[in-house]
Write a protein that binds this ligand. Structure first.
Ligand code: ATP
Ligand code: MG
Length: 259
């Protein structure tokens, strides 16, 4: 079997509702559409990436990321196929909420996910990890296991608020747990070109992050909001929508950066 130089990308921001899951699901889907073997890992107890890809989060049919982190199951056993060829998922469910506390007493509590990922390295070109809206041990595991992080920033008042806390966490992880962690890119989400506010936010973000900001912005798009309730990524729900085009362009940008 072909072995890949696997790249692991976290999608993180402890602020809630900024478009982490929407970005994780659709970046992973568009990578897979280009026949790039991709794994998405749902590290959020809300399990929105799992249900957003049409996987039943209450079924006991699939082992979940909880079983991997806490019950010592091999990651390979919890790989679940999605509707898209080349896209697999490690599902989540509400049990994962308990892991935040159960991890505390573990010996290598920050690097349980990193260790677990060793067994699938080489099998995928990209591993995309969705994070919960907090900076607890689940997110620390995500950042410790990743090569880089994409930070979605929602176009709204106080967009940059709380970001220094995230950047500080990233710096601490670089110093102590994962010196190779990079910022892959800053992603503007829920952009509305009719609003002056959107332009102001972009100016602020660009001033702060310079060329780390992706040229592709994700527009506010009703179809993107609807797709998860149908258990489909946007490429299957409405491939001609603005949201679908945005995520396709973003993935082109990501692939171009990686050469
Ligand atoms: P959480 O912190 O709770 O995990 P999140 O950061 O993962 O949230 P999402 O779940 O991706 O954020 O998005 C929040 C809500 O906004 C969801 O209902 C989603 O469908 C919707 N949404 C995300 N992106 C867009 C967009 N570009 N246009 C319209 N709606 C969007
Ligand atoms: Mg989410």
């Amino acid at each position: 079997m072909k072995s890949f130089n696997t790249k692991i990308i976290a999608i993180s921001n402890q602020k809630g509702g900024v478009g982490k899951t929407t970005s994780a699901v659709n970046i992973a889907s568009f990578l897979a559409i280009t026949e790039t073997p991709t794994l998405i890992i749902d590290m959020d107890p809300q399990a929105n990436a799992t249900s957003g890809l049409g996987i039943d989060t209450t079924s006991s049919k699939h082992l979940s990321i909880y079983d991997v982190l806490i019950n010592n199951k091999n990651l390979n056993q919890s790989i679940t196929k999605t509707e898209i060829d080349y896209l697999d998922i490690i599902p989540s469910n509400s049990k994962l909420a308990g892991a935040e506390i159960e991890l505390v007493s573990m010996f290598t509590r920050e690097s349980v996910l990193k260790e677990a990922l060793l067994s699938v390295k080489g099998k995928y070109k990209y591993i995309i990890i969705d994070s919960p809206p907090s900076l607890g041990l689940l997110t620390i595991n995500v950042l410790t296991a990743s090569d880089s992080v994409i930070i979605p920033i929602q176009c709204e008042y106080y967009a940059l608020e709380g970001l220094s806390q995230l950047l500080n966490t990233i710096r601490l992880i670089q110093k102590n747990l994962n010196k190779d962690l990079n910022i892959e890119g800053i992603l503007i989400t829920m952009y509305d070109s009719r609003l002056n506010l959107s332009k102001q936010v972009i100016n602020e973000v660009q001033e702060y992050f310079g060329d780390k900001v992706y040229q592709t912005y994700i527009n506010r798009n009703v179809r993107l909001g609807e797709a998860p309730s149908h258990g489909k990524p946007i490429i299957l729900y409405d491939p001609s929508s603005t949201g679908s085009n945005n995520y396709m362009n973003l993935v082109t940008e990501i692939l171009n950066q990686d050469g």
